[in-house]
Design a protein around this ligand. Structure first.
Ligand SMILES: CC(C)(COP(=O)(O)OP(=O)(O)OC[C@H]1O[C@@H](n2cnc3c(N)ncnc32)[C@H](O)[C@@H]1OP(=O)(O)O)[C@@H](O)C(=O)NCCC(=O)NCCS
Length: 177
């Protein structure tokens, strides 16, 4: 059994990534990533993720300024466990709702300590990109995520109010120095 680690997205994790995507879809997440499309051309999907563009912003891409992203995958025993996305800077949308960092553990692997490990292991990459303080935003009712952020030293700032288009978000800052 190997330790979990963060790696660049790679085609060797295809099978477990596809299984994880089905789990994400079942909870209504990442529905804009079409299973059949990436199943048919997984290398292109991976190449695209490694290209540093703004894939996971797709629902907002028509009206928010594009921001370069770095995508990392948490893997263990050669299986995909979760994703860690770093936005290299904030735009007006990320400042209030998206933050610098987002992280997700596949549903079947939650509650086993991987969330804490993912943020802990991801922060040095955030720092490496030159970000001194990282903003993380979270649904006020998302207790597991808030616990992970606080476990990693996140400092609460405020709560962005709900708007017609966007839900309320608690904002936390993590010192990367
Ligand atoms: C948030 C998330 C990454 C946590 O991952 P995880 O692997 O379940 O987290 P862990 O197992 O490391 O648990 C972290 C803490 O949350 C607690 N926790 C986990 N699931 C919980 C639940 N359903 N209810 C309450 N607390 C919970 C754990 O007990 C732990 O607390 P502790 O450190 O005080 O013991 C995961 O729930 C997820 O992917 N959620 C969807 C995406 C998301 O919300 N991302 C964060 C915002 S960007």
């Amino acid at each position: 059994m190997s330790a979990s680690k963060l790696v660049k997205p790679a085609i060797e994790f295809k099978q477990s990534y596809l299984e994880a995507l089905e789990e994400f879809h079942a909870e209504g997440r990442y529905e804009f990533i079409k299973l059949d499309d990436i199943k048919a051309n997984f290398p292109a999907f991976v190449e695209d993720l490694n290209g540093g563009r703004r894939h996971l912003h797709k629902p907002f891409s028509d009206w928010a300024e594009p921001v370069p992203e770095t995508a990392l995958w948490m893997v263990k025993d050669r299986e995909f466990i979760g994703s860690f996305i770093i936005r290299h800077r904030l735009n007006w949308h990320l400042e209030k709702w998206g933050g610098h960092v987002s992280f997700v553990i596949r549903p079947s692997m939650r509650g086993k300590g991987f969330g804490n490990k993912l943020l802990q292991k991801g922060m040095p990459f955030v720092s490496y990109l030159g970000i001194d303080r990282a903003l993380i935003t979270v649904d006020p009712k998302n207790t597991p995520a808030i616990k992970v952020i606080e476990f990693c030293g996140g400092q609460y700032q405020d709560e962005t109010p709900k708007t017609e288009q966007f839900p309320a978000r608690k904002r936390f800052w993590l010192d990367c120095s």
